[in-house]
Ligand binder design. Structure first.
Ligand SMILES: Nc1ncnc2c1ncn2[C@@H]1O[C@H](COP(=O)(O)OP(=O)(O)O)[C@@H](O)[C@H]1O
Ligand SMILES: N[C@@H](CCC(=O)OP(=O)(O)O)C(=O)O
Length: 375
């Protein structure tokens, strides 16, 4: 049952592909495997699943293109390798996705982009737009500018961060092992396979060891931690071998492959907690009856046309309260516009924003993903 609930019924997936797998342990990009994953992702999209790829491999591919046998130790050389390799990586994905009429979209993120609230909202909105436009976002850490202090450090963590950023249902971590064992199977041939469990099980952190090759960076430890992080946003994780035939479509069919690590909280509970944790409300939006009902009864986003008045001084990305005609708080959310702009667009349909503001931002004042209703 759990497989079906978490894999067959999920609609937004993050698929993370590790360097060792992608570059055949550093021998150069595995074009056949890339073609195969792209075909499966195209198939998932036909079934209505939104997919964001988090792909490692820029440094490994850069090393291979530069003819470097050993991973450089100096940061500038690592960054140079990443710059060279990233180009090859995107080129390979683009060639494959184009066969299915899809555009690959390169998204390079740093820690700052996801920890700073305003940039967090920007990254989130861009990813959501790329998904809506039918592209396949391909995310990697921006290794050419991220130095040690501001690095997320590994793409398992990045996968979990992106999963919570766009509220994915499922994080699929493709690696070079069948999944999680109770010890590193490279070191212990009797290691026992774990088919499923709670992402929060503290034993799993103890089981997970370091990377198995010089090419991979985090090992199982970062994968288990990523699953815990994703679980806090209500997202399940499957750690599975990317070398399994038709791995993604079989997962989609609810097949029992890989290790499923399940969240304890639902996505809604996680979102509520996240928005509640965002400092104090900085302003109040007074809604007309239509907007109040659209939010409360239809689960819609808040549009400016239904806002009659705006109080308080706030920036884009700040938390605001939404109140009905009686002044009762009905929802809380993160506003896409600063208060000085909201004042100008109250009661205004979004197509008139350019006229009133001189620019067009998001068409929603608060997107429903950034909104929680009061109980
Ligand atoms: N408990 C464990 N179960 C499975 N693999 C483990 C475990 N502990 C450590 N590993 C190692 O983690 C490696 C996968 O991580 P890594 O090399 O970082 O790959 P990737 O490039 O896919 O992120 C495996 O090859 C394996 O040797
Ligand atoms: N951003 C780096 C990947 C770092 C990383 O986490 O690698 P991996 O452990 O193989 O997923 C790169 O593209 O080389």
């Amino acid at each position: 049952m759990s497989r079906i609930k978490y894999t067959k019924k999920s609609h937004r997936w993050i698929v993370k592909i590790g360097s060792a797998l992608l570059t055949q342990d550093g021998k150069g990009l595995d074009y056949t495997a890339i073609a195969d994953w792209a075909k499966q992702i195209a198939q998932l999209r036909e079934e209505g699943i939104e997919v964001v790829l988090v792909s490692s491999g820029s440094i490994a591919e850069g090393m291979s293109r530069m003819g470097w046998a050993a991973r450089p130790t100096s940061l500038p050389e690592l960054q140079a390798a990443a710059a060279v390799g990233q180009a090859g990586l995107i080129q390979a994905y683009q060639t494959e996705f184009q066969k299915y009429g899809a555009q690959a979209a390169q998204v390079l993120l740093t820690h700052d982009d996801v920890s700073h609230r305003l940039r967090y909202l920007n990254a989130k909105n861009t990813l959501r737009t790329l998904i809506r436009l039918g592209t396949i976002p391909i995310v990697n850490e921006n290794d050419t500018v991220a130095f040690e202090e501001i690095r997320l450090g590994d793409n398992d963590t990045l996968g979990a961060v992106v999963a919570s950023l766009i509220e994915a249902d499922l994080l699929v971590i493709l690696t070079d092992q069948k999944g999680l064992y109770d010890s590193d199977p490279r070191l212990n041939p009797d290691a026992m396979f774990i088919s499923e469990g709670s992402a929060m099980n503290p034993d799993y952190v103890k089981f997970a060891g370091a990377a198995g090759t010089a090419i991979g960076s985090g090992g199982m430890a970062t994968k288990v931690k990523a699953a815990r992080r994703a679980a806090k946003s209500g997202c399940a994780t499957v750690i599975v071998s990317g070398r399994e035939e038709n791995v993604l479509t079989r997962l989609r069919n609810g097949e029992n492959i890989g290790t499923l690590l399940m969240p304890e909280a639902t996505k809604l509970a996680a979102r509520k907690q996240w928005i509640a944790g965002q400092t104090q409300a900085k302003g109040t939006l007074h809604l007309d009856a239509g907007a109040a009902s659209a939010l409360a009864n239809k689960g819609k986003s808040l549009l400016a046309v239904g806002v009659v008045r705006c109080e308080g001084v706030f920036k884009r990305g700040d938390r605001v309260n939404c109140v009905d005609g009686n002044g009762k708080i009905i929802a809380r959310g993160l506003c896409n516009y600063a208060s000085h702009d909201v004042i100008k667009i109250c009661k205004t349909p979004s197509q008139l924003f350019p006229e009133k503001l001189g620019y067009m931002g998001e068409s929603e004042l608060i997107h429903r993903d950034n909104l929680v209703l009061e109980d």
